[in-house]
Design a protein around this ligand. Structure first.
Ligand code: NAP
Length: 294
């Protein structure tokens, strides 16, 4: 019988812990941690994500400051707002919801965020810190959430073969860098030009899939006893949300597997809260949040 890596209940537990931690800071006379959330335009999925993030912030006691800007906001206006937020002492974290409308240069926007307030961990300085291990920066939320989950469920990592399918800057690439940090596991990255994907996925002790294609990973592509982390979120025509892994069949061979929904998603949101509390702690001389130490 496989073990279900239940992200939802773990995320709820972590939220309760964060709530208590923040109330402790307030009792000590510190102000609430605060996160500025910027949404440009009307992308329906982005609106849902932003609402979830804002609600979670409020729940644990993070002050979320919302900027819902119209679609025709110019790059210059957005840069001006970010500059103001970079300079505000009462703002700990800044999150710009992606994707941005096409007329705005995403790279330029990410680069403009103060790296110490970059709670998404997308700024090149934070990516560079993770890649080199020189100094510790902010770790992107989805891979951090996956790491926290694997540790929580006592998944053995030392000397394991980790195969990562999908190499985006927000999930796949930083995920591999986290595993590499302490040279514990051996990493294989697979992408759209990988020859014979199955050959690689079959070698995985831990398989992480972040592509955005339903049923990309089928039962014949994994070995017995694999740990499967499915990051994909795909909405089928009937409205059902599924991941990238054929869960119903792959689960029979897995030692442990994440469901979709209720796996990685809730941990991504909670990692944003953890990163926000972590930058707030650093600002107040309390050191990084322990959950961000990998
Ligand atoms: P992305 O930026 O589109 O990256 C997906 C990567 O997979 C791209 O590099 C893509 O290459 C590559 N790819 C395409 N076909 C492939 C194949 N057959 N084999 C291997 N790699 C292939 O997406 P993302 O932002 O990383 O997200 C991936 C999925 O995870 C999406 O479904 C997204 O909704 C979901 N997601 C979930 C969470 C969560 O919290 N659960 C967080 C973030 C993302 P090309 O771009 O060149 O085609």
């Amino acid at each position: 019988m496989y073990k279900l890596l239940d992200g939802k209940s773990l995320a709820n537990k972590l939220k309760e812990e964060l709530k208590e931690e923040i109330s402790h800071y307030l009792k000590k006379g510190l102000r609430k941690p605060s996160l500025a959330v910027i949404l440009v335009g009307e992308n329906p999925a982005s609106k849902i994500y932003v609402r979830k993030k804002e609600e979670s912030c409020e729940y644990v006691g993070i002050n979320s400051i919302s900027y819902h800007l119209p679609e025709d906001t110019t790059e210059k206006q957005l840069l001006k707002l970010i500059n103001e937020l970079n300079n505000r002492d009462d703002v700990d974290g800044i999150l710009v919801q992606l994707p941005l409308p096409e007329h705005i240069n995403t790279k330029k926007i990410i680069n403009s965020i103060n790296p110490q307030k970059d709670v998404d961990g997308f700024h090149p300085l934070n990516v560079g810190k993770l890649a080199t291990g020189i100094d510790e920066g902010v770790i992107p939320c989805t891979p951090l959430g996956i790491w926290i989950m694997l540790k929580h469920y006592d998944i053995e990592i030392f000397k394991k073969n980790v195969v990562i399918v999908g190499t985006s800057n927000i999930v796949g690439k930083p995920m591999g860098l986290i595993f590499l940090k302490n040279e514990e596991a051996t990493i294989t990255y697979c992408h759209k030009n990988t020859k014979n994907l199955k050959e690689h996925t079959k070698s995985a002790d831990i398989l992480i899939v972040a592509v955005g294609k339903p049923k990309l990973i089928t039962e014949d592509m994994v070995k017995e006893g694999v740990v499967v982390v499915d990051v994909g979120i795909n909405r089928l025509q009937n409205g059902k949300i599924v991941g990238d892994v054929d869960f119903d069949n792959v689960k029979n061979k897995a030692y442990a597997i994440t469901p979709v929904p209720g796996g990685v998603g809730p941990l991504t949101v909670v990692s944003l809260l953890i990163n926000t509390v972590s930058v707030y702690r650093e600002k107040n001389g309390l050191g990084r949040h322990p959950l961000t130490i990998i």
